[in-house]
Design a protein around this ligand. Structure first.
Ligand code: GAL
Length: 778
């Protein structure tokens, strides 16, 4: 078997060339115009006066900052007859157009071929019903496969692609890059689905189901599947088992590091397998390769396995969460004491300020503090296994968000398809999965709760109050439900007439909206920028500040503490004035997605603004992309590898970033929970000093960031941004840390020995080692 695997691996490059055939790249030469006319679809239309445009970046990055609504892209290209004739299969022509923000109608030579990632038959008339504001398609890559004899294709001649794009708000246009067209290969029909099921932990083992799918209705696919599992750090092969759940696969159970088997799949057939690997304390790299017999195609997939570092909390009570929390006197106060440990548990609080009381059964502290002051409160929790006490400072003054907010937001998972039941289910999971026990507090609804901007119905009541859409029938009841669980309630709007998703926003009705929020019990407002670009005269500072000053004033008029989150992507160096306009946090960048490029380029570039962050006002590098995400109705596991996810959480904690979980909490697997429930790691984020980390040492791909902590200690993040595991010797003296001080690995919650002031580390590629040094030297 092993020899066969080697032979196949050696043959890969050849096979690949044979199957790929000719590709015509479509990523250059496009022309562009804002506006809309069906005449633009016609191949003969003269687009010579349109402007050249890139299709690897949004149009806002190319001089169209204010453009929302329709725009067209056109490209002329040749389709050589040889492409069709040299192809092994002559049945399909595959266009890859990349991601398009938000909606597309794609024409080839004047005929509509695709709408929002669905191919349409010849003669289909455009239907603007595709402009559905409750579906988020901005993150979906468009692939259109046409039969090779489709009348819309002009073989051996010039072809014209015309893409009509509608942007509902915010970023717009074709933006991925790598656009191309080529003939289908048999490998295109073989899907190795490794992402529908995450790895599950069973004792010391990891297992998952993966599926081979033949998506062709006509071809039978026959070939060999090779699975290779290697330790990511040492490169050594790892024993594993692959089983067919319906019985033993041909060749029996494989337990070597290489595994090859013959598989035949009838048209549209699929077959499940389970893969089992012994648990590791680092990732294994798994590669799946399917080579179709006779070199007729190839399909591959690769992934890294999750590994759990966070120890389970003890069964006895442990009080977690921030050491300080802020409120303004006279405003409603709600704080559920975060405690891990077995239930039932009883709670008490000594020296609570007048006006507050604690529910001994739930640990929820509620009420209103009458007088300003700094109140150290002794919290106690007891259960059958023991008792714990800890001090929480409640500061009744001018500030809220004295530590970065911790919570959940609907956007990165559900996008515009969020609804009431998804929000309530998330809140319940917060409790059921124990996240509340580690200090997670906010449940925030992002865009999609308001009445749609294109709706024929009135957008507001006669008195100007905003109307919600049918998915959110009763916001007050929703707020009450969240508060009863001890959670805080967040909401979203925009200062323009419409939100980024095309829903009704606050322009002209800011006072009504602030009052509605207060009536519903809202504790947090994320306030975007979308469609305000049409109202602002220019991008001068007074214009950038105006909508936020206005909403701040309205929020100050109502009888609630509402955390104010600015979401204008860093324009005008918002960090320099975000606090001045009353912001408690402000986005410093565009939207994050679940790729290493996106997360790492945001996270490692939060430098200029560090000194402006502190208690009550935080830089916000955007929400978390761990767990199942999707920005719409269908979700997928984060595209970040497990090491990248450790980096994401570690870096955000080092940056004192607000942490808003962006995944479906009902599908919270053990690995994701381990990322979100490590109290020593979260304590770095919630440190009351509120300093943002800075890079202290850079050596090749290694970046060492340090963050001073309130207890005089220092958090140290050693990140490897490179593609290979890197050995690295950390010299503590270079970080201003005495070698004799205690050093702790925060993910493993274990002491680390330094020898002579140095620590030898092996940092996995794209991974991290997060440490805390006892006390910093002066
Ligand atoms: C974007 C914002 C996202 C999300 C979205 C809603 O501008 O950056 O985080 O809120 O709007 O439409």
């Amino acid at each position: 078997m092993k020899r066969l695997a080697c032979a196949l691996l050696l043959a890969f490059p050849l096979l690949l060339r044979a199957q790929t055939g000719m590709i015509v790249t479509l990523d250059d030469g496009w022309r562009f115009t804002p506006g809309d006319s069906i005449a633009y679809a016609a191949p003969a239309f003269d687009d010579s006066r349109w402007v050249p445009v890139k299709v690897d970046r949004i149009w806002e990055a190319q001089g169209y900052e204010k453009l929302d609504g329709f725009a067209w892209y056109r490209l002329r290209f040749q389709l050589p007859l040889a492409m069709r004739d040299s192809a092994r299969l002559r049945d399909g022509l595959r266009f890859f157009l990349g991601k398009i923000n938000n909606f597309d109608l794609t024409y080839l030579n004047g005929g509509l071929i695709g709408v929002n990632d669905t191919v349409v038959p010849p003669g289909t008339r455009p239907d603007t019903a595709y402009l559905k504001a409750d579906v988020g398609l901005w993150n979906v890559a468009r692939t259109y496969v046409l039969p090779a004899d489709d009348p819309r294709i002009a073989w051996g001649k010039e072809n014209v692609l015309a893409v009509r794009v509608f942007d509902a708000g915010g970023e717009g246009g074709m933006y991925t890059g790598g656009q191309s067209v080529r003939m289908m290969t048999l490998g295109d029909y073989l899907v190795i689905d490794t992402r529908s099921e995450p790895f599950r932990f069973a004792g010391h083992d990891l297992s998952k189901t993966f599926t081979l799918k033949n998506v062709s209705p006509v071809h039978t696919l026959h070939g060999s599947l090779t699975i290779v599992v290697r330790n990511k750090v040492s490169g050594e092969g790892i024993r594993h088992e692959v089983r067919d759940p319906a019985g033993q696969p041909p060749g029996g159970v494989m337990d070597s590091s290489h595994d090859v088997r013959e598989v035949t799949l009838a048209p549209l057939a699929s077959r499940d397998f389970t893969l089992k690997i012994g648990g590791l304390d680092q990732s294994a790299r798994v590669t799946y390769d399917f080579v179709i017999a006779d070199g007729a195609g190839h399909s591959g997939a690769a992934e890294e396995t999750p590994y759990i570092l966070t120890p389970l909390p003890p069964e006895s009570p442990r009080i977690n969460g921030p050491a300080v929390t802020g409120t303004r006197p006279g405003r409603p106060f709600l704080y559920a004491v975060p405690v891990s440990g077995v239930r039932p548990m009883t709670f008490s609080a000594e020296d609570l300020p007048p006006g507050l009381s604690i529910n001994p059964a739930t640990g929820i502290i509620a009420g209103r503090i009458k007088n300003r002051g700094d109140y150290p409160v002794t919290l106690t929790a007891s259960n059958a296994r023991g008792k714990a006490s800890r001090t929480l400072r409640i500061v009744a003054g001018d500030k809220v968000a004295l530590t970065p907010p911790l919570g959940w937001n609907s956007w990165n998972c559900w996008g515009l398809s969020v609804d009431r039941s998804k929000v309530i289910a998330s809140a319940k999971s917060f409790k059921a999965k124990g996240l509340v026990d580690h200090g997670w507090q906010y449940i925030n609804i992002d865009d999609g709760w308001e009445i749609v901007g294109t709706s024929a119905e009135p957008k507001r009541e006669k008195n100007g109050d905003i109307r919600t859409n049918a998915k959110f029938p009763d916001m007050k009841a929703l707020g009450d439900t969240l508060h009863a669980l001890g959670l805080r309630f967040g909401i979203y709007s925009s200062p323009g007439p419409l939100t980024c998703g095309g829903y009704t926003a606050s322009y002209g009705f800011e006072r009504n909206d602030a009052r509605s929020y207060a009536r519903w019990g809202v504790d947090y407002l994320k306030y975007d920028w979308c469609s305000y670009e049409k109202i602002a005269k220019d991008t001068s500072l007074p214009e950038l500040k105006a909508p936020y000053l206005l909403m701040r004033k309205m929020l100050d008029e109502v009888d609630r503490d509402i955390v104010f989150s600015l979401c204008q992507y860093g324009m005008g160096n918002v960090w320099e004035w975000g606090a001045e306009v009353g912001g408690n946090l402000w986005r410093t960048t565009g939207d994050i997605t679940d790729t290493w490029e996106s997360m790492s380029s945001i996270g490692f570039n939060q430098l200029a603004d560090g000194r402006f962050a502190g208690p009550g006002h935080w830089n916000d590098p955007d929400m978390l992309v761990v767990g199942w995400v999707g920005w719409g109705p269908s979700l997928h596991p984060s595209g970040l590898t497990p090491d990248e996810q450790y980096t994401h959480i570690s870096l955000w904690c080092m940056l004192s970033a607000p942490l808003l979980i962006g995944c479906d909490l009902n599908r919270l697997d053990d690995f994701t929970l381990n990322l979100l429930a490590n109290d020593e790691v979260l304590a770095v984020d919630q440190d009351p000093l509120g300093k943002q980390a800075v890079p202290a040492v850079t050596a090749g791909d290694i970046q060492v960031w340090t963050k001073p902590l309130a207890d005089g200690g220092k958090a140290i993040g050693v990140f490897n941004t490179g593609k290979n595991t890197a050995p690295f010797t950390l010299e503590l003296s270079r970080l201003g840390v005495q070698g004799s001080l205690p050093l702790r690995d925060l993910w493993r919650q274990k002491e680390v020995r330094s020898s002579g002031g140095t620590v030898d580390l092996r940092v996995p590629s794209h991974g991290v080692v997060l440490l805390k040094a006892g006390v910093a030297s002066r």
